[in-house]
Unconditional design. Structure first.
Length: 265
């Protein structure tokens, strides 16, 4: 059995330890197959992803040569496996990935489980999301993002990560763990300065920590940043959090941290 990790630089683990995929084209090929999560991808798409504008003259043969090379490599890592992981279908090529073998799939599955638990069980939600976020070792594919399809996948997985962070912070705030996550919220807001949800959560955590002035300063800096970078004003939900802090709204104290609990002024 193999396991594939793409939430960070590409890693393949075998029963005997890690395995390497050598060559940029081979890495691009397996990364592209992996982000399709067991679905087929056309030969034309693989060729575009691997070579871009520098397509070789005999592109079909060149692709087939790389497919064969990848098959041999994966077979050498699983000598007892009967069928090849890389198969050809009418719709293209497919890399078989079993249950629990691809970290990105397991990550998204865990996030969805946490979303179900979020409304009624913040402790389970926080635990699930902490486990899911611990799967990340760095940016998807590390510093080798590949072509357009892989880059789009990077963006998709990163958005899932942002969603997981937001849900986890919501759960931790619901559990009165504002002090424990304050430093992480500072980092999240600093690293993603245009993501208003992190700003809202940081303001709430600061307010609950007795730091009303700091919470309002975070809002003012966010307002200035949005104005300078995008030419827009803060969203209604972010403005409601500011108004709630100014008026010492009891809903901010221990209720659910989601801004939707705050009524519009």
């Amino acid at each position: 059995m193999l396991s594939f990790s793409i939430l960070g630089a590409l890693q393949i683990r075998t029963a005997l330890g890690p395995a390497e995929i050598s060559g940029d084209l081979q890495r691009t090929l397996i990364q592209t197959l992996l982000v399709n999560e067991g679905q087929s991808i056309s030969g034309e798409s693989l060729i575009e992803e691997m070579w871009g504008d520098s397509v070789p003259d005999n592109q079909a043969n060149a692709l087939q040569a790389h497919i064969s090379r990848l098959r041999r490599k994966l077979r050498s890592l699983e000598p007892d496996r009967v069928n090849s992981r890389v198969t050809i279908h009418p719709s293209g090529y497919r890399l078989t990935v079993g249950e629990g073998e691809l970290d990105a799939v397991e990550f998204i599955k865990t996030v969805r489980q946490a979303e179900v638990a979020a409304a009624s069980d913040p402790a389970t939600t926080a635990r699930l999301l902490a486990d899911a976020l611990a799967m990340w070792r760095g940016p998807v594919f590390g510093d080798f993002t590949g072509g357009t399809l892989c880059q789009l996948a990077c963006g998709r997985y990163e958005e899932h990560r942002m969603r997981a962070m937001e849900l986890r912070f919501d759960a931790e705030l619901s559990l009165r763990n504002h002090a424990a996550v304050l430093a992480e919220l500072h980092d999240a807001h600093t690293n993603h300065p245009l993501r208003e949800r992190f700003c809202e959560q940081l303001m709430i955590a600061l307010y609950r920590s007795g730091r009303q002035a700091d919470a309002l300063n975070v809002y003012r800096r966010m307002w200035q940043h949005l104005s300078d970078e995008l030419g827009i004003e803060p969203s209604p939900s972010l403005r409601r959090v500011e108004n709630a802090i100014l008026s010492h709204d009891p809903a901010l104290t221990w209720n659910s941290p989601a801004p939707v609990v705050l009524q519009p002024a």
